[in-house]
Design a binder for this molecule. Structure first.
Ligand code: ATP
Ligand code: MG
Length: 384
């Protein structure tokens, strides 16, 4: 320890006392000491702000501060520097209290000699260093306990999420399975009695149930892939405007069926931007699908693209059933569906997929909605 010369900050208003201590230190053979002497606490605090000291020697009666208040101010400003308190013979109780409040040691002025002084200074530094190492060790132990607790809580949450996921998935897969069982049973039991038309309709039901199951499986495996970090983002230059128009074209059947009007607003020309086409299709198809699905018949859906310097913003606005504030908090959780969806079918996976695709592009998504008024979803893509 302390191979270098020991730097002491002496805070003592009595010049004679200071000189005496200085002399003792010069006589010390085992160690080199360099001493900076100040007479007031204010000067000491100032010196500590600008320089490093190994130890502080503090007289408890100063012109600008009395007793233990000097000690607490010094500890507050320089918590890692050890302090040795200097007291008069009749002040020993005060000195002991100072040690209780954080001083490393005390010296009774009349009893000081070279040996006692050097020993007190060196022990104070040693003791403070040991305390400091213990404090750091303690802090790192505390951090590790906190980290482990957080990991445990996270693991519990993941377990809960997995079991919710499995039960929602089994529930959603059971519906189309029941349809298939029922329709197949009817076809088998009443083969002769059923008209050609009825048979056709039962087969149609079976096919659409199988299609639903396949879609559910695709969506679940997509989310699984994204959670495992295996979602690839292969960027190519995409003409967004053309892409949007084409996707709306593809949704014409549903749009016509519900008599929804889709209007475009592309105010600025847009050069092709780098996106993963397949992930972007998931985003747009799901958001457009929702806007149409949750609109009232005869409603209007607005699709907008805004070109900014570093970003491109996609906005899809409908005036449909809207989403309550409570549901908005859980929109991106797989299988979560709003309270107000009534008989509108869906699995609650669409927005979870959209979120993963937006994240893969390092983009952002915001939902602004009011029940009975409508919903606006905004997606911001960075231009890479
Ligand atoms: P699917 O998996 O078939 O897309 P979904 O549409 O129910 O089913 P999400 O797209 O994830 O699932 O949407 C989750 C929920 O958010 C919906 O069930 C609905 O309550 C609400 N929601 C999403 N978009 C809208 C919208 N444009 N208007 C009103 N509610 C919406
Ligand atoms: Mg949806």
């Amino acid at each position: 320890m302390l191979g270098h010369s020991v730097t002491i900050l002496l805070i003592e208003d009595n010049i004679a006392e200071a000189r005496l201590l200085q002399e003792y230190l010069q006589q010390a053979e085992s160690k080199q000491f360099s001493l900076v002497h100040v007479k007031r606490l204010g000067d000491a605090l100032n010196a500590l702000r600008h320089n490093n000291y190994d130890v502080i020697l503090l007289d408890l009666t100063l012109p600008d501060s009395q007793g233990l208040s000097s000690l607490s101010l010094l500890i507050e400003q320089s918590p890692s520097i050890p302090i040795v308190v200097l007291t008069n013979t009749n002040d020993e109780d005060l000195a002991i209290e100072a040690v209780r409040q954080g001083a490393q040691d005390y010296l009774v002025k009349r009893q000081v000699n070279v040996h006692v002084l050097v020993r007190a200074l060196c022990y104070a530094i040693e003791r403070k260093q040991t305390l400091e190492s213990l404090r750091i060790l303690n802090k790192s132990l505390e951090n590790r306990v906190e980290e482990s607790t957080a990991e445990l809580v996270k693991a519990q949450e993941i377990n809960q999420f997995k079991s919710d996921f499995v039960s929602m998935f089994s529930h959603d897969i059971r519906n189309p399975l029941n349809t298939i069982l029922l329709a197949a049973g009817l076809l088998q039991d009443n083969e002769e009695k059923l008209s050609q038309e009825k048979k056709h309709s039962h087969f149609q039901m079976i096919r659409s149930a199988i299609k639903n199951m396949a879609q559910l499986l695709d969506e679940v495996s997509f989310i699984g892939k994204a959670d495992a970090g295996r979602l690839q983002c292969d960027l190519v230059a995409v003409d967004l405007e053309a892409f949007c128009r084409q996707l709306v074209e593809e949704s014409q059947l549903v749009i016509k069926d519900k008599q929804i009007k889709v209007i475009f607003n592309f105010p600025q020309p847009l050069e092709p931007i780098l996106l993963d086409e397949s992930l972007f299709r998931h985003i747009l198809a799901n958001l457009l699908g929702n806007a149409i699905k949750y609109s009232h018949p005869g409603g209007q859906v607005k699709l907008e693209l805004f070109n900014q310097e570093k970003t491109v913003t996609l906005k899809i606005q409908d005036s449909g059933i809207g989403i309550s504030i409570e549901d908005q908090k859980q929109l991106f959780q797989p299988f979560h569906r709003g309270d107000n969806v009534g008989g509108i079918s869906g699995t609650g996976l669409g927005l979870a997929i959209v979120k993963k695709c937006v994240d893969a592009h390092e983009g952002e998504i915001f939902v602004d909605s009011e029940v009975g008024v409508g919903t606006t979803v905004t997606v911001i893509f960075p231009k890479i």
